[in-house]
Design a protein around this ligand. Structure first.
Ligand code: UD1
Length: 336
């Protein structure tokens, strides 16, 4: 049985990935500082899978704690999710983003090296494609950063590349996520952002629950079929399964490779509103407002590389994503 250290394992994508890994018989050790999650999530992961996880509270920048984790556990590979991820906040607090996201990765890679653990899956983002060079986006498209959050992802991709060049024993999978949404079908884990959400689906969910009066649609004059922004929304459970396939891959062979994790399909903001309304039988009031600064018209993935190399593709539908996202919000509203 292999043991995977999951940094940020109680976060949105981390928690779903832990569930899929446990279902596939991996041992899981989590490190999380709960800056954007709660310790109870670990209990929910154990409840869903009926398996144990080992949980360490702390920040990945803490060399002593990481060293202790590697001493106390035989870690075979790492999935590195932990990091700040809010685009707007990164523009306001760039140093906080650079310090946390870069420092934690350097510390982790140093401690891994010291302990001769050279297998890592890194949570990157489609944000590294900046303004898309062409659509669908494939892994060889031009990379650029449009904000400090995106820059941290890009720098870390560069650090990992240099590390591999220096030592070919490393085995590295860089995963570029498109727009992860939805929740586990149990309704026990999902996305629960603090405050007013920046992202579309959490915002729609709050409107559905009457916690916000209406959705603001940021522009309907884009060059897209209905004028609203088009994105590649992917069910978080599909995404989590992509991590399991990536872990299998890094155990098979050394190297560094980059994978888009998306569905390859683009849906507009209005597609999401209509689908949410029909699967959940609830009206979502909305109004059209000005475009949001920094947004692009359309962004969706070419999924061929992940299909060929990881033998992975998304199978869940937009309906599954929007039904499960709403179900989870109702469960947490009840205070479960
Ligand atoms: C955003 C981030 C991206 C990050 C991703 C995580 C920006 C510029 N990009 O992507 O770096 O990796 O989240 O999932 O923030 N929309 C509305 N009203 C809203 C919210 C969103 O109309 O209240 C529209 C947006 O204009 C866009 C679409 O919904 O067309 C999706 O927006 P969002 O969920 O914020 O994701 P991205 O902007 O694609």
């Amino acid at each position: 049985m292999k043991t995977i250290l999951v940094t940020g394992g109680t976060g949105f994508i981390g928690s779903h990935t832990c569930v899929e890994l446990l279902n596939d018989n991996y041992n899981i050790v989590i490190i999380d500082d709960f800056s954007n999650s709660k310790p109870e999530v670990a209990e929910k992961i154990m409840k869903i899978t009926n398996k144990k996880v080992k949980l360490y509270e702390g920040n990945v920048c803490d060399t002593e704690l990481l060293t202790k984790i590697f001493k106390e556990n035989q870690i075979d590979a790492v999935i590195h999710f932990a990091g700040y991820k809010a685009v707007g906040e990164s523009v306001a607090k760039p140093l906080m983003y650079y310090r946390n996201n870069i420092d934690s990765t350097l510390t982790l890679l140093e401690v891994m090296s010291d302990n001769n653990c050279k297998k890592i899956v890194f949570s990157s983002s489609a944000t590294v494609y900046g303004n898309p060079e062409r659509l669908p986006l494939d892994e060889s498209c031009h990379l650029s950063a449009t904000n400090p959050y995106g820059a941290t992802k890009l720098y870390i991709e560069g650090i990992l590349k240099d590390l591999y060049i220096s030592d070919n024993e490393w085995s590295i999978a860089v995963l570029r996520y498109f727009n992860p949404v939805g929740a586990h079908e149990s309704g026990l884990i999902g996305e629960n952002p603090n405050g007013i959400p920046n992202n579309l689906v959490p915002y729609i969910v709050k409107v559905a629950n009457k916690e916000l009066p209406e959705l603001n649609i940021f522009g309907n004059d884009y060059n897209t079929p209905d004028g609203t922004g088009v994105r590649d929304y992917i069910h978080v459970v599909d995404l989590a399964r992509g991590h399991v396939k990536s872990v299998e891959k890094i155990f098979e062979e050394s190297g560094i490779d980059y994978y888009n994790l998306g569905t390859g399909k683009g849906y507009s903001v209005l597609d999401l509103v209509k689908t949410f309304e029909s699967v959940n039988n609830i009206k979502i009031p909305y109004k059209i407002v000005a475009r949001r600064k920094g947004d692009v018209a359309a962004c969706f993935a070419s999924t061929n590389h992940a299909k060929e190399k990881l033998n992975w593709e998304a199978t869940l539908t937009l309906e599954d994503m929007l039904r499960s996202a709403y179900l989870y919000s109702k469960v947490i509203k009840k205070g479960y």
